[in-house]
Design a binder for this molecule. Structure first.
Ligand code: UDP
Ligand code: MN
Length: 318
């Protein structure tokens, strides 16, 4: 007996031939190494967990610890002349306000389907929500002039800044377009905007109905010293509005949309460009391709409009 074991497996024999003390020391070192590896891994996992949690909590924490962050969501297509005026002017306007950080998201819809302001706002929200606490759904051609127009955090309910009392063009009571501020929690609560409104108009009326149905109060600026001629600048440069609606489209869109919104928006981001205008004013342009189910909303297609345009004005129901 030599105090050493033997094995059928030759490489193992090499180890077994070593003195017992060396063997034990080796095993001990290997164990320590494994222990070290395991604790390092646990540490890493904890770090990851911490990141995920702090991200999930970031909204609540920031509302309380520092000033809420604003994401300016601009549904956009082919309005470059307006954009290069809008970003610098609104940036300057916001610098004079007592608000937290703000960031511009230019939501540039690809050519594929007709323009859809509501769906673009939903996409913008999804892009912005991790780094913002509230959003402004903002037309590119509407610029505030009166310094008393506040872009601060809308705590209690959506704040319709471009109120019909002060909008240069639209003054019907339920007008809800132009510029609207809403906090992230409430935008989620009402499932954002409808995705069905391809073409110009009515998406803001549906949004109004959603807010009312959720019993949120609608707030608007009051008692401004200015009027409809000098509260906002509407730099709408003779842009034609794509306002065609077939009877079918009208029938569907007249009813409040309880099905579509943030929860089921489908899209892809084809590109992202950080742009600086006049050396100082930053914005990010997202090239967005919206999806469309052409069975449910055939009016999303450009040729849907042309198809009716080729017939007489009253033929569409046939
Ligand atoms: N818009 C755009 N390109 C279009 C249609 C609309 O960029 O082809 C965006 C833009 O932000 C615009 C907003 O949607 O300010 C509202 O459209 P528009 O100004 O035509 O409507 P209005 O409120 O003047 O009737
Ligand atoms: Mn306009």
């Amino acid at each position: 007996m030599t105090g050493r074991c033997r094995s059928e497996f030759p490489p193992l024999n090499m180890f077994l031939r070593l003195p017992k003390r060396t063997l034990l020391l080796g095993i001990f070192t290997a164990c320590m190494f494994c222990l070290l590896l395991i604790s390092f891994n646990v540490l890493l996992q904890n770090e990851e967990l911490r990141d995920v949690t702090s991200e999930a909590l970031s909204n609540d924490r920031l509302v309380h610890d520092s000033k809420p962050r604003l994401a300016i969501l601009v549904p956009f297509r082919n309005r470059f002349d307006e954009l290069i005026v809008f970003v610098p002017q609104l940036s300057e306007f916001l610098r004079t306000q007592d608000i937290g950080s703000f960031k511009f998201y230019i939501l540039n819809q690809s050519r594929r389907y007709r323009f859809n302001r509501g769906a673009l706002a939903n996409v913008g929200y999804l892009l912005a929500k991790r780094s913002s606490d509230y959003i402004a759904i903002h037309d590119v051609d509407l610029i505030p002039i009166n310094k008393d127009l506040s872009y601060s955090y809308p705590e209690d309910g959506p704040f319709h800044l471009s109120s019909p009392d002060y909008h240069p063009q639209y003054n019907y009571k339920k007008y809800f377009g132009g510029i609207l501020l809403i906090n992230n929690k409430q935008f989620e609560l009402i499932n954002g905007m409808s995705n069905r409104y391809f073409g110009w108009g009515l998406e803001d009326d549906d949004f109004y109905a959603r807010v009312r149905a959720a019993n949120l109060p609608i707030l608007r600026p009051q008692n401004l010293s200015t009027d409809r001629t000098n509260t906002f600048l509407h730099i709408h440069n003779n842009q034609k509005r794509d306002s065609f609606k077939s009877k079918e489209q009208q029938d569907v869109l007249r009813r409040r949309d309880k099905q579509t919104g943030l929860s089921n928006i489908r899209f892809s981001i084809n590109a992202k460009h950080n742009i600086t205008i006049d050396d100082h004013y930053d914005c990010t342009v997202y090239n967005i391709e919206l999806s469309c189910n052409t069975k449910e909303t055939p009016w999303c297609q450009h040729n849907y409009v042309r198809q009716f345009a080729n017939r007489g004005p009253n033929d569409e129901a046939q």
